[in-house]
Design a protein around this ligand. Structure first.
Ligand SMILES: [Cu+2]
Length: 674
């Protein structure tokens, strides 16, 4: 197998990159080295490691030598780790874990700083300091239907919360709790200009935190679809301008926003139109079978623009201080329609030009494709049957454009730039490529037809293609987000990592190889979006010294070089401190037991990557101060003693010397004993 010449572009046995030319004798020498070490030409290395030509090709397609950047950035949910993962493509290297709903010490998120405390406390509920989340579906902000690289939203399925991340510094700025429900799944999905962030519910309950026995499920339990208003200038969701639609107590599932032709509409599917309530002892049918009785569930078709008009006109009721459109209002005003969809569906995905909605029915072998135009015609035709709650039911046959037989367990669909759709098949453990029809077919290929399937390892949930949720997908990479990895990686015990597999989808046709396996050892990542890397315009360092990361502006009160001080006012002590390589100013704080301490600290560095930490022993305080950042910590000095603090980032040769002492004088001799 001739792959390259004998230029050594790979790694040597110590893992160090090597690029120097070698003579043939040296290559032969290296190859013959004892101990099984791999060395020699690329051919010899491939042979010694048992790599096929396809393996070598995949390696060349994904390998980034030191200093080479990735072309795409994938933002994947971190599952019940409560975080966001930032992964480069095609290398699949993990670039960052963004602390989102869970405290994270490296980023100083939730360890004493007032800013992150305020963000995390925004998600508290039911008198609980909620400090974890099951992050599900991330959504990048869009302008005119394309990712704009400005903001990132992520939903918490476990507690019905939304986080807003600002992509200028990749930090979480806001967490909001849904005031009327404690669960969701169909979010986040943004409208094409990010006016609205959509959060669809999941397990129906009495709304607003009320109680009702399961025997009253049909009458008292309800689902919701919540529309959060996003204020782009402020970079925050505005709960005052947000609202929810009350919907029947089916379990709403994934949603997607209309685009172009269908802009202003939202599509969510549902399961449990059976209204199953589970078993208790010998009573009733379990959910697994109870929820799977009907051949058809209901695709929810929502006229969002009209709903927003009615909300503005005051047609809402108030529940826990939140605007809610009652179900009857949505029916009377023509905001909500149902269409039968087979069977126990999961994904509802709008095609790039917005004219079709693709539904994957978990217990059906087809992807079902609805036509937005046919839906509009059916609405205009009127004369509806209704479901048990009076919601108009549009006929299946009149609204379906095509059904495409794909295989077992179709879930979620993404798109490319060549008129193909890609659907995950959970039960088949495969990715299906199939042809769209209509205006997508300019190549003469048969429309609405399965083209090929690539096996993945194993149990794929979602998949994501490059720019795949936009009006202009790139058609370059597909990531299969596999729930099980079984035999793919070294055994690390009974809790196994998930497996992200990268597929090359550039060539179309029947070629769609897996080119990289990436273990994910954090939570269970659920969904991801992939953006062209050059759309991201993150700060390299904060723009000015004294930067407040909450206001994203300079804090005029931030400590600066020469303004450091310790000021006592009774038992209130205010410390103004700076950090720079390799010292804090001041380096000593003398307190009395019981003092209330407010510490303002600024990293006065401007150099890229010159981050300092500020960690105080046994006080659960650890800040990360990126260049220019200012931060505030408040605590009471209850514990007498002597407490060193130090910089937790290895910032310079004299990093060990970047230290200070906090002395807390006991209020009495007895108090000094711990
Ligand atoms: Cu999902």
């Amino acid at each position: 197998m001739a792959v390259f010449g004998c230029r050594r572009q790979d790694v040597d046995t110590s893992g160090q990159p090597r690029a120097e030319e070698q003579s043939a004798e040296q290559d032969a020498d290296d190859a013959a080295r004892p101990g099984g070490a791999v060395a020699g030409t690329v051919d010899e290395i491939a042979s010694a490691r048992g790599l096929s030509p396809d393996d070598v090709k995949a390696a060349v397609m994904t390998f980034n030598p030191s200093g080479k950047m990735d072309e795409y950035i994938q933002f994947a949910s971190g599952g019940h780790g409560g975080q966001m993962l930032v992964i480069g493509l095609p290398s699949m290297r993990l670039l960052k874990v963004i602390a989102t709903f869970a405290p994270e010490p490296w980023q100083g998120f939730g360890y004493g700083g007032e800013a992150s405390k305020a963000v995390l406390d925004g998600g508290n509920a039911a008198n609980q300091e909620l400090r974890w989340a099951d992050t599900h579906h991330p959504a990048l902000s869009e302008s005119a239907g394309d990712y704009d690289g400005q903001f990132l939203f992520i939903g918490d399925k476990a507690n019905a919360r939304i986080a807003v991340i600002d992509l200028r510094d990749f930090e979480t700025k806001q967490i909001v709790k849904n005031p009327i429900s404690d669960g969701d799944h169909g979010g986040m999905f943004v409208t094409p200009n990010t006016e609205w962030v959509v959060e669809g519910g999941q397990y129906s309950t009495p709304l607003g935190g009320a109680y009702a026995p399961m025997s009253e499920y049909k009458d008292k339990y309800r689902g919701h679809i919540t529309f959060w208003k996003f204020d782009r200038d402020k970079g925050r969701i505005d709960p005052e301008q947000s609202f929810a639609m009350e919907v029947p107590p089916y379990w709403q599932d994934l949603c997607d926003s209309g685009k172009l032709e269908s802009e202003g509409w939202v599509f969510c599917n549902s399961i449990n139109t059976e209204l199953a309530t589970g078993n208790a002892g010998a009573d009733g049918v379990n959910f697994e079978s109870g929820v799977s009785q009907n051949d058809m569930d209901y695709l929810h078709v929502v006229n969002l623009n009209k709903a927003a008009e009615l909300v503005a006109a005051g047609k809402t009721t108030d529940l826990n201080g939140f605007k809610v459109l009652p179900l009857q209002t949505s029916i009377d005003e023509g905001l909500l329609y149902f269409i039968p969809e087979p069977k126990s569906p999961h994904g509802a995905d709008v095609t790039p030009k917005g004219e079709y909605i693709v539904v994957g029915g978990k217990l059906d072998q087809n992807a079902t494709v609805y036509s937005f135009k046919k839906i509009q015609d059916a609405i205009a035709a009127g004369n509806f049957e209704t479901d048990d709650y009076g919601v108009p039911l549009l006929p299946f046959d009149a609204t379906v454009e095509a059904q495409v037989e794909l295989g077992l367990g179709p879930l979620h669909t993404q798109f490319d730039d060549k008129g193909y759709a890609y659907t995950s098949l959970f039960l088949d453990s495969a990715v299906a490529r199939w042809t769209l029809g209509g205006s997508y077919r300019t190549d003469g290929a048969e429309p609405w037809k399965l083209v090929t399937k690539t096996p993945v390892q194993y149990n794929i949930g979602h998949l994501a293609t490059a720019e795949g949720d936009t009006v202009s997908p790139d058609g370059k990479y597909l990531v299969a987000m596999n729930k099980w990895s079984v035999d793919r990686f070294n055994n690390v015990g009974p809790l196994l990592p998930q497996n992200f597999q990268l597929l090359d989808i550039t060539s179309g046709g029947e070629q769609m190889p897996v080119i990289y396996d990436s273990p994910i050892g954090i939570g269970e990542p659920h969904y991801a979006q992939i953006i062209k890397a050059d759309k991201l315009k993150a700060f390299e360092a904060y723009p000015e010294i004294g930067w407040d990361t909450q206001t994203m502006a300079v804090d005029p009160e931030a400590p600066r070089a020469g303004t450091e001080s310790v000021v006592r006012d009774g038992n209130n002590v205010t410390v103004r401190m700076t950090a720079i390589r390799s010292h804090f100013t001041p380096e000593r704080i003398e307190l009395k037991q019981g003092d209330n301490v407010t510490l303002h600290i600024t990293n006065i560095e401007t150099a890229r990557d010159a981050t300092h930490g500020y960690a105080v022993s046994v006080h659960n305080i650890n800040l990360s101060l990126e260049p220019g950042e200012t931060e505030t910590v408040k605590f009471t000095a209850n514990q007498p003693g002597v407490f060193p603090w130090y910089c937790t980032e290895f910032c310079s040769a004299l990093h060990l010397e970047m230290v200070g002492y906090m002395l807390v004088e006991p209020s009495s001799a007895a108090a000094s004993v711990r």
